[in-house]
Design a protein around this ligand. Structure first.
Ligand code: PHE
Length: 467
């Protein structure tokens, strides 16, 4: 049961905006388009949509339900279910910490790019000027004090909002930020699809093309789409458990479990519509990693004449907002776990100090990742990876899918339909499609996730099984 010291969402809309704020982030605005670029456009889109419905929605429903039922953050929630599952809780704490390690750096890059575009609006020396986009990016990421500084700013802003608490900080901020983000993205989409030559980008995304289904290549695409989906929906690590634990019993969980993935997918597709036409119109390729966001797109803005820096500024502010609303959810999981633990022991809890303390630890990790400069600054490479990819692989590639798989199995085989029904059908709501959904928990989701894991391992360890 929700205890008095734990927060609760002020309104249904506020909860949805906070959850959508967590879901919509760099994953949508950058990960989705770039993985779509790698995964062959349309084929990726189709596989992603299938996964979002049969796995994403189902796991979302499971997490929100467990969260509200136990009234605990992730570590505590799994302990309540059974001591055996504590390891899941531990992964649920590790993943967000690892993700924050690189996420906050990319957030910092966005601040830098928003400022530099603004500099161009005023023809000021701190803009891009005539610099080549790729040279500018390389000189920025190899400038350690600067990247570490911007990472620090991003971490500090995240901490500030989390200190404000669940309804006073997170909800208040996301209620304004998310609708603003939607409007800004719409403006960028309109500009992009009306560029001369936009058609090639649009057909890359929407023109049916089933080539990849001929061989085993689809497993790689499935892995790509699956990792992306868990990341994008903030699943498999306890964020939605934590957010669900602040949810009132009056809420229709099932409706929320549909609307959050829906909004998230909508924004991801809009991001593809904003990015692909512009990239193709310029004759560039959409398959770069961070380069897509900071080199390719900046090249596009630079080519737009006087409106370019304004669009650029708008775009990077947008990405920044999306990133910070996700980043606060990541920090919130950690803070909630700590506070729950303390108050269980009857200790007085202090949200502010907790958020700051955890913020410092995160900053230390993020400073390391920033210093790595995407592998350009000569830092040691863990298992041959650059730091960003390494942390991303551990969290998105392994822990999140494993977390989601075990949770589906627990719900499907251990807790069973009664547990779910009891919690979902409070206050006259019904558990709709119960048979099909339970079947997904038992079979569909675990099997899909097994393929996702296999494909992730294959691509990271270069086994070369599927091509
Ligand atoms: N979902 C966020 C995004 O798409 C990232 C994130 C992952 C946030 C996991 C919270 C938990 O960018």
């Amino acid at each position: 049961m929700a205890n008095e010291n734990r927060g609760q969402w002020g309104s249904s809309f506020g909860f949805i905006m906070a959850a959508v704020g967590s879901a919509v982030g760099l994953g949508n605005l950058w990960g989705f388009p770039y993985k779509m670029g790698k995964g062959g456009g349309f084929a990726f889109l189709i596989i992603y949509l299938i996964l979002a419905i049969f796995v994403g929605f189902v796991v979302m429903l499971g997490e929100l339900t467990i969260g509200r039922r136990t009234g605990k953050s992730v570590l505590g929630a799994y302990e309540v279910l059974s001591k055996k599952f504590t390891i899941l809780g531990v992964m649920g704490v590790l993943s967000p910490a690892l993700i924050l390690g690189f996420y906050t750096m990319l957030g910092g890059y966005c601040i830098k790019y928003a400022i530099a575009n603004l500099g161009d609006v005023f023809h000021a020396g701190w803009g891009f000027g005539n610099a080549d986009s790729s040279a500018f990016f390389n000189s920025f990421i190899t400038n350690m004090p600067q990247t570490i500084f911007f990472t620090f700013v991003f971490v500090a802003l995240t901490v500030l909002i989390v200190v404000g608490g669940v309804s006073g900080g997170i909800e208040k901020f996301t209620k304004i930020a998310m609708p603003a983000l939607f409007v800004m993205l719409l403006i960028v989409v309109i500009r992009s699809v009306t560029l001369p030559g936009a058609g090639a980008g649009l057909s890359f995304v929407f023109k049916p093309n089933f080539d990849v289904f001929m061989g085993t290549g689809w497993i790689s695409v499935l892995a790509l789409a699956g990792g992306q989906m868990f990341f994008s929906l903030s699943l498999g690590m306890g964020i939605m458990i934590t957010y669900g634990s602040y949810l009132s019993k009056k809420e229709d969980i099932q409706f929320n479990a549909i609307i959050i993935p829906f909004c998230d997918t909508l924004i991801a597709i809009m991001a593809a519509l904003a990015i692909m036409p512009a990239v193709f119109a310029m004759g560039l390729k959409p398959n770069q990693g961070p380069g897509l966001l900071f080199i390719t797109l900046q090249t596009v803005f630079a080519s737009m004449g006087f409106i370019g820096p304004i669009m650029g500024f708008l775009f990077y502010v947008l990405v920044f907002i999306a990133a910070i609303t996700s980043s606060i959810s990541l920090l919130e999981v950690l803070v909630a776990v700590y506070l729950d633990k303390k108050s269980e022991k009857g200790k007085v809890v202090n949200r502010r100090n907790t958020a700051i303390g955890i913020g410092i630890i995160i900053f230390a990790l993020a400073a390391l990742v920033s210093a790595d400069g995407l592998g350009n600054n000569g830092l040691p490479k863990p298992f041959g990876f650059i730091w960003l990819d390494f942390l991303d692989f551990l969290s998105e590639g392994l822990m999140m899918p494993i977390g989601a798989m075990v949770m589906s199995l627990i719900i499907g085989w251990k807790l069973g339909p009664k547990y779910m029904t009891d919690e979902i059908s409070t206050e006259g709501h019904r558990f709709r499609g119960r048979g099909v959904i339970m079947f997904c928990f038992r079979f569909v989701a675990p099997i899909f996730i097994a393929f996702v894991l296999l494909g992730q391992l294959d691509s990271f360890l270069h086994w070369g099984l599927f091509s």
